[in-house]
Design a protein around this ligand. Sequence first.
Ligand SMILES: [Zn+2]
Length: 399
Amino acid sequence: MTTNIRYCQRCIMPETKPDLYIDDNGVCNACRQIELRPRVDWQARENELLEILKRYRNRQGGNYDCIVPVSGGKDSHFQVLRMLELGMNPLCITATTDKLSEIGRYNIENLKKCGVDYIEVTPNPVLRKRLNRLALTQVGDISWSEHVAIFTVPVRMAVQLGVPLIIWGENSQNEYGGPAAAANSNTLTRRWLEEFGGLLGLRVSDLTDAEGIEPKHLIQYTYPSDEQLQSAGITGLFLGYYLPWDGYQNALYAQAHGFRTYPQTIEGSLVNYENLDNCQTGIHDYFKFLKYGFGRATDLACMHIRRERISREHALKVVKLHDGKFPWSYLGCSLQEILADIEMTTEEFNRICDRFTNKKLFVCDSSGHLVKDARGNLTKINYDNVSCDHVKQPMVVGA
Ligand SMILES: [Zn+2]
């Protein structure tokens, strides 16, 4: 007997999402978090932010007021523009992504034109490809090293340059649903990073000795020690705690300042304005679908449902069209080209996909093998809640 996937009755997030909790009324913690928003005294929070910024502003102008970690995306633009509007002198820092797209490079250059100093730190790209391969094979996440570096690189720079204030964007636990304590938090700490930063139980220290990787290769992936953080007085704030955060509004704001979007809906997504920089993102999102039964399209649909920009009913339809499709290409870059970079064949990739697929979530044949259509797409056992009395099970037809 198969157990159906249970979904939040308000958005369409499945309970298989790590750290998502659906309450007795069938509503998930991310939807509950949004309910609280109108009750937040945003003016008080903004005042709190202004106080903090005032404290950290460098009066002599001898150093930067804060560090803003940026990828060049819509949220980066929003963070940087807001800091400039609030009279701050930020230093922008990018940890170079895995496989930077043309549009990603364009947007980084555009961000600099907002009028900021900018440093790009590029961890060794030869080693990075090895890490990508290793992490995809071992934990089913090609983006593991990127997700480590985007947190470690800016913090390392903050320590080295003596700029204690780091302005992060949103708290992903807040928007996407996570433990309440983490969602209410306004600071990014080592503990937050280890629990929610996407490390999947694989620690940087686990990598040494793996495929000839030595500690000297992992400098940029190493978080500063507690002593270093303390003596430099490092504080990382989530801007999304102080200002009402909305990715779509950030995109509109960024576009008004020259940020470029993709000409069509991005593969596996519902929109054209985010995750434009790394061609490996399609693989990353696909593995999320294989492991947990939801992809980027579900994330986006849920955000738009919560903000009443799309109905739950319409969201279900469009998500079924786009979510979790086999990642033949991303931002127009072919899967073969992306895999060639990490010295992997499509056959090997398919084997890894199957190994990380949670077979309980997808239709299998009588011998327990995953059923795939001609394009390699899987079918979920159910795409919405199934009523307890089994009146009508939503029938699933191959795409
Ligand atoms: Zn929900």
